[in-house]
Design a protein around this ligand. Structure first.
Ligand code: SF4
Length: 242
């Protein structure tokens, strides 16, 4: 059963919560907004606010899920945050390795730290690794990812904040694109999306368009549901093949 609203995954697992901003896309961080709500609901796990916190008590959570799931790791943080000790990441990887019935999606903006972590460790066969590319200057993260031996390597271009220009997608299996939502959302232009779609198709990466967000393809601000997820009347939500 799908227990998250994130379209390209079906479960979330948060052994770490809280973060600090590192990228243009962090300005209206979804996790930070969610934190305020969860804190107001007095949920114990979120009592520290957005301060980075490790949760040893949920490290074995996926072991209890017997049915196979596609699990997004750390939707409320960044696993490779500089304050997460490698020994804690080791524990996360142990759980991933011990649950081959699941696939795990690990997305980071700290691409160099992810590469450093895996420089002397094997990547679990069920761990998909991804980096966020929200502005053109963050394309350097792709090079750190490309050199890693993960079964699936993916990009999340969300929120897409400017034209990314030419992209080298060699070795990249999957590209997700989406616009920002919320009251402070920044607009995304249709030509920025088309540029990535065309390059993904040419270079053989599966292309997944999540949503326009608060700004429609026509450049008008309205409800994100009304703006939808069509590009020229079609849904593009390809998944990578293992
Ligand atoms: S890296 Fe992710 S979780 Fe951390 S502040 Fe940025 S958007 Fe939020």
């Amino acid at each position: 059963m799908k227990t998250t609203k994130i379209e390209w995954t079906d479960k979330t697992w948060n052994p770490i919560t809280g973060c600090t901003k590192i990228s243009a896309g962090c300005a209206n961080c979804y996790a930070e907004v969610m934190f305020k709500r969860l804190q107001a609901m007095k949920q114990d796990k979120y009592k520290n606010g957005f301060t980075l916190t490790m949760h040893n008590d949920v490290l074995d959570e996926p072991i209890k899920w017997k049915k196979p799931h596609t699990i997004f790791v750390c939707s409320m943080s960044d696993l490779f945050h500089e304050n997460v000790p490698f020994v804690f990441i080791d524990k996360v990887m142990e759980t991933i390795k011990s649950t081959p019935q699941h696939n795990y999606q690990i997305l980071t903006k700290r691409a160099s730290r992810m590469a450093e972590y895996f420089s002397d460790k094997s990547i679990p066969e069920n761990a998909w690794l991804g980096v966020t590319v929200d502005i053109a200057s963050s394309k350097s993260r792709i090079d750190f990812l490309r050199n890693l031996n993960a079964p699936i390597k993916f990009l999340s271009c969300e929120p897409l904040l400017e034209d990314l220009g030419d992209m080298n997608l060699d070795g990249i299996d999957w590209v997700i694109v989406g616009g920002e939502s919320g009251v402070r959302a920044r607009p995304m232009k249709e030509e920025w999306v088309t540029n990535i779609k065309v390059q993904s198709e040419k270079q053989g990466s599966a292309f997944f368009f999540k949503q326009w967000g608060t700004w429609g393809s026509d450049g008008i601000k309205r409800n994100k549901k009304a703006n939808g997820k069509l590009i020229n009347g079609k849904v593009y939500q390809a998944m990578p093949t293992l």
